[in-house]
Write a protein that binds this ligand. Sequence first.
Ligand code: SAM
Ligand code: DTB
Ligand code: SF4
Length: 333
Amino acid sequence: MTFTDLHRIYHQPFFDLLKQARAVHDEHWPENEVQLCTLLSIKTGGCSEDCGYCAQSARYSTGVQREQLMEKEQVMEKARAAKAGGSTRFCMGAAWKGVRGGTEKFDQVLGIVRDVSTLGMEVCVTLGELGADEARALREAGVTAYNHNIDTSPEHYPNVVTTHTFDDRLRTIRHAQDAGMSVCCGGILGLGETLEDRLRMLEVLSNFNPHPESVPINMLMPIKGTPMEENEQIDTFTMIRMIATARIAMPRAKVRLSAGRTAMSKEAQALCFFAGANSIFYGDKLLTAANPRANEDMALLRDLGLTAQEPNPQMEAPVIEHDRPLAPTACCL
Ligand code: SAM
Ligand code: DTB
Ligand code: SF4
């Protein structure tokens, strides 16, 4: 979708936008279901990168301590608990710039993925940069989806991170897609970006070929000690409009109402679901920050008549559309 289309869609009167997004949602997702994903930080803190929003960068004093990669058995315990609690996707995050094949830590991660994938949940990992070989190895070990966010527009990205580039992010996404993994890719609102940057981000995402399988829309959780600790809070209408626009631009993608729900009312979250969000992070903790309590989320879903989506661990990655250029590429940048 072009920037002009996205601009027109986003700027409709609020209820017209909601109506359009709901129609797209009902056509593609008629089941009233929400995907429940549980996050676990398997390697916390001490990251070499300088992402200005992140609690885990070694460059900022955020109070998050550097920890070692978790042992497989500990991870399995958390994964079993997530499954027992009703989660259908288990997402493991590591505070690394990236991973390299042949290293002890990568082998350890592959072992963790192999074991977690026996539990019947979808397995997602987010480990930073990947080459083609690492992507294939993760796919073979049982990864369903690779999370790697573009976070904002290509133009604003250098104001947020200087230790890697937007193109580096696109390259990793390409490797993950080439290896046959689904890609989970979205961004954050509240990084000091303009509305144009937000729509540019959706333009880039909607020009991925294939589309991302899931699109997390995070609201910045301002972390004390980071350069973004004082950033202004995003208002909920902006969040709802972005979710609706993402739903219209990527009808088959799961749109995830991601970080920042602790700052949103139940009613605002309900409007996000109405606008096309059909996935959440579920469980009391994100990676290092708080998430709504699991029992409160269950009560909210019940009040709205929504149910948990079944897992699909054998899920095929979305297929390439041959009438569009292969992306992510420089085509739309
Ligand atoms: N190191 C890996 C990477 O950068 O891809 C994986 C972990 S990183 C923490 C995963 C994503 O979490 C980021 O791309 C960002 O979108 C989101 N995130 C991190 N800190 C956040 C915050 N304070 N508020 C909202 N989202 C955040
Ligand atoms: C995503 O888009 N959001 C998640 C997940 N992918 C890895 C992470 C949110 C992190 C929020 C801040 C924290 O917990 O430190
Ligand atoms: Fe945080 Fe990931 Fe950036 Fe490291 S690469 S600072 S973990 S967002």
